[in-house]
Ligand binder design. Structure first.
Ligand code: NAP
Length: 273
């Protein structure tokens, strides 16, 4: 069996959990493959990627700060990558780069697995944040036919910018009025970095959120953010962020290795260490 060479590019890259995830699956499935973390400076992106092509790589994941800039180096982009405006997975075939975005799948699949009874079509969703991750979350929710999406972000122009991205009928809520966006919502998602270890907390009183709404945080360090703790105290069902990270890796692995891997409790525990 030929060796399948894969990895993740970013800058910095030492913190990435992707090598742990993919190497766990390579070992578990007894595959002949490698997955390594590759630091590429933004100035060197084209050269760095050419080197991966020349050294026979089959594909790679893309993380900060290359998710947008890698798009122009791809020979093809699928519909998801184009709609989200970012690529996190590249497959190399006959020296050509094919880009996609699996964060969308990761976000939706995490909810499906963690809250199987949740009905996306039931009611409004409220997204906090309008950065890169919010774009993937928004696209995923639109694909799941969420009837109304409200979005609130510190920098309002970025929320407005998302309207162009998907041509959707988004309700943009000013940051100061964010608590008002919660009434009647079925789903609340934090996509900001607020609440992450080392960052300020997300200041959001969720008293107005219906008790049967689902609350997700895509931040996974800590696993139980203040938002999720507040939601639990209020009796809302919660979904933590680690599943998005693990599930987004599955379609990439399948694309390169031809095996759709599973997220096991053992893998989740390893990723949270
Ligand atoms: P990003 O593009 O830099 O966006 C950051 C977001 O956080 C923006 O909406 C920004 O608002 C907001 N923000 C940052 N500091 C703030 C503050 N002090 N007050 C109010 N808002 C603030 O980052 P990203 O790529 O979207 O990632 C966001 C978070 O999601 C990160 O913590 C990342 O680790 C996590 N994430 C998790 C997964 C997963 O698999 N679980 C996947 C992707 C990302 P402004 O627009 O006003 O700056």
């Amino acid at each position: 069996m030929p060796l399948i060479k894969t990895g993740v590019i970013g800058h910095p890259i030492a913190h990435s959990k992707s090598p742990l995830i993919h190497n766990y699956w390579i070992e578990r499935h007894g595959l002949s493959g490698t997955y390594e973390a590759i630091d590429i400076d933004p100035e060197e992106l084209k050269n760095g990627i050419n080197q991966l092509i020349e050294t026979g790589f089959n594909g790679f994941n893309v993380t900060i700060p290359h998710k947008r800039s890698v798009m122009e180096l791809c020979d093809t982009l699928d519909e998801t990558a184009r709609a989200v405006g970012a690529v996190n997975t590249v497959t190399i075939r006959e020296k050509k780069l094919h880009g996609t975005n699996t964060d969308v799948f990761g976000f939706i699949e995490n909810i499906r697995q963690s809250a199987p009874d949740f009905d996306f079509t039931k009611g409004s969703a409220c997204i906090i944040g309008a950065g890169g991750a919010a774009r993937a979350v928004l696209y995923g929710l639109l694909k799941e036919n969420v009837p109304e999406i409200r979005i609130t972000n510190r920098t309002q122009e970025k929320s407005e910018g998302l309207k162009d991205m998907v041509n959707a009928n988004l309700k943009v809520i000013p940051w100061q009025e964010r608590e008002g966006a919660l009434s009647g919502a079925s789903l609340l998602v934090n996509t900001t970095s607020l609440g992450m270890t080392g960052k300020p907390s997300l200041e959001l009183d969720i008293a107005a959120l219906p008790k049967d709404a689902l609350v997700c945080d895509i931040v996974y360090a800590p696993l139980y953010t203040n938002l999720l703790k507040q939601a639990q105290q209020q009796g809302n069902q919660i979904v933590t962020g680690i599943g998005m990270l693990l599930h987004q890796a599955r379609p990439a692995f399948e694309e390169w290795f031809g095996v759709r891997p599973e997220v096991t409790p053992e893998l989740e525990a390893l990723a949270l260490k």
